[in-house]
Design a binder for this molecule. Structure first.
Ligand code: KIV
Ligand code: ZN
Length: 509
């Protein structure tokens, strides 16, 4: 029996989230995100739009093969070719769903599709019937629903439910709606679509007016029982409704909404961090729930209040969303088992070989830094996880720079057991270092973006460098960490080269 208070969490970070300009992720990164979404307890993972490219097809296939607890979903337009591609990509999924969509607003039907209402109605019904030949679980979305004529929307929804849709999703595609209006739309659908009790009402809200989460919550209050959202709210234009905000609003204000999700909230920050890392989209410090300052109290009066009684100024506990309180956890005398257990508690599961590498690196860092914080440990582990094959690896670096001398860097990097070295000069040590690496690997990368931030606190903190590099039109985002910022910069750049090499190798296979 369906529980009427449960809100189904449908995550579309890997599909709509990835549609954010510049957010593209490779197959391994997507699989890693799918794994954390599964651990989070997400009910449905929309893994991609299989017909759109070979890359998307393969990602959906890989996620479908590896994810067992969550339902894996693929997107399709209301045409056979799309539905066939999704059917193929999802063949190996333990639990699978197809998400079929078709625009229904006057503006989209007239200008984009050049079809009248009857043609659209037929296309939608035919698509759902065809999808049902391969899928038990079919979701239908009337795209731009919030700007669709209501009577027509009711007709479409009734017809696709008769055709076999189990979920009807109401997208606010262009983020035009406002909370009272959107909530009323859901209520009207409940009251005017005769067979609506045979389907789950879902909502999918974009954030163009900054109302994605508010609209989704208003819909839940009015009977929607599936919410589509993304980690960190990434997505087309201003993004989608943010998962962490919806989940924590439902949890914190259960008194008001009376609904719950099955999300394992202490893993939220970990998921947010991974998505930010792989997309290169930095989370704003004041971002609700996962921003760096989300639980920081600066004002003395607030600090005083929190010390006396936490609930004076805190409506959620930081640990409930996995916010790390920079507690000192490990030092150079800590053993492999302690490192493994701590990482596990932080949501990072390493294979034996990866753990060996991470532990070796941990020992080196612990030697340099007396205090190794949780954030440091995660950064070390992520550096060692083989997200991609490391064709090139940094062996050593010597740099000479100062106020009145031209910077010069000697880089030694190795591949397949052989070491190569090069000395280069440049505008600064990073420029010199990247020139030397380019010369050795015989590639020329254009640095589009570079940022560095400290992983934890203290002058001896690990620095994490993010680079976005263009190699002949292929843009790669990569990271590197070290207590030495030039070394972190070199590692990030070499990781970007490794990523592009893997992509090139996969293409020629
Ligand atoms: O925003 C939108 O309308 C969509 C649909 C495909 C559901 O992403
Ligand atoms: Zn969307």
């Amino acid at each position: 029996m369906k529980n009427k208070d449960k809100v189904i969490l449908f995550d579309t970070t890997l599909r709509d989230g990835e549609q954010a300009p510049g957010a593209s992720m490779n197959e391994r990164e997507k699989l890693e995100i799918a794994r954390i979404l599964e651990k989070l307890g997400v009910d449905v993972i929309e893994a991609g739009f299989p017909v759109i490219s070979d890359g998307d097809f393969n990602c959906v296939k890989t996620v479908a093969k590896n994810i067992k607890k969550s339902t894996v979903c693929g997107l399709a337009r209301s045409i056979k070719r799309d539905i066939d591609a999704a059917t193929d990509a999802l063949r190996l999924a333990k639990k699978k769903r197809i998400h079929v969509f078709l625009a229904t607003s006057k503006i989209h039907m007239q200008h984009k599709l050049k079809k009248n209402k009857e043609e659209i109605l037929k296309m939608a019904v035919d698509a759902v019937k065809y999808a049902r030949e391969s899928f038990e679980d079919v979701e239908f979305s009337p795209e731009d629903a919030s700007r669709t004529e209501k009577e027509f929307l009711y007709r479409i929804l009734e017809s696709v439910i008769v055709a076999g849709a189990k979920t009807v999703n109401i997208p606010d595609t262009v983020g035009y709606s406002v909370p009272e209006e959107f909530g009323k739309l859901i209520d009207d659908i409940n009251n005017n679509v005769p067979n609506i009790n045979k389907a789950v009402i879902s909502v999918h809200c974009h954030n163009d007016l900054g109302l994605g989460v508010a609209n989704s919550l208003s819909a839940v209050k009015n009977g929607a029982r599936q919410v589509e959202c993304t980690i960190n709210g990434i997505g087309e234009r201003a993004g989608n409704a943010s998962m962490e905000e919806i989940v924590m609003a439902l949890k914190t204000r259960h008194d008001y909404y009376g609904c719950y999700t099955d999300i394992n909230t202490p893993l939220i920050c970990r998921a947010s961090h991974l998505v930010s890392k792989y997309t290169g989209f930095v989370v704003a410090p004041n971002k609700a729930i996962v921003g760096h300052n989300a639980f920081r109290h600066e004002a003395g009066i607030h600090q005083d209040g929190v010390l006396k009684e936490r609930t004076t100024y805190e409506i959620m506990r930081p640990e409930d969303v996995g916010f790390l309180e920079t507690g000192l956890v490990l030092g150079k005398h800590s053993g492999r088992h302690a490192v493994k257990e701590r990482l596990k508690n932080l949501g990072v599961d390493l294979k034996d070989q990866e753990l060996d590498a991470a532990f070796e690196r941990f020992k080196k860092v612990a030697d340099k830094k007396k205090q190794v914080f949780d954030e440091d440990l995660i950064a070390i582990a992520e550096d060692e996880v083989k997200i991609f094959k490391k064709t090139w690896q940094l062996e050593s670096l010597i740099s000479k720079s100062g106020t009145n001398i031209s910077p010069e860097v000697e880089v030694v990097i190795k591949s397949k057991g052989k070491s190569y070295s090069k000395v280069s000069s440049g505008d600064g040590p990073i420029d010199a270092c990247y020139k030397a690496i380019d010369a050795i690997v015989k590639k020329k990368g254009i640095l589009l973006d570079y940022s560095i931030q400290s992983v934890s606190r203290g002058k001896d903190a690990l620095g994490e460098v993010m680079v976005k590099v263009d190699f002949d039109g292929k843009v790669m985002i990569a990271h590197g960490t070290s207590t030495d910022i030039l070394e972190a910069s070199a590692k990030a750049y070499i990781n970007a080269i490794n990523k592009v090499l893997v992509q090139e190798m996969n293409k020629t296979k």
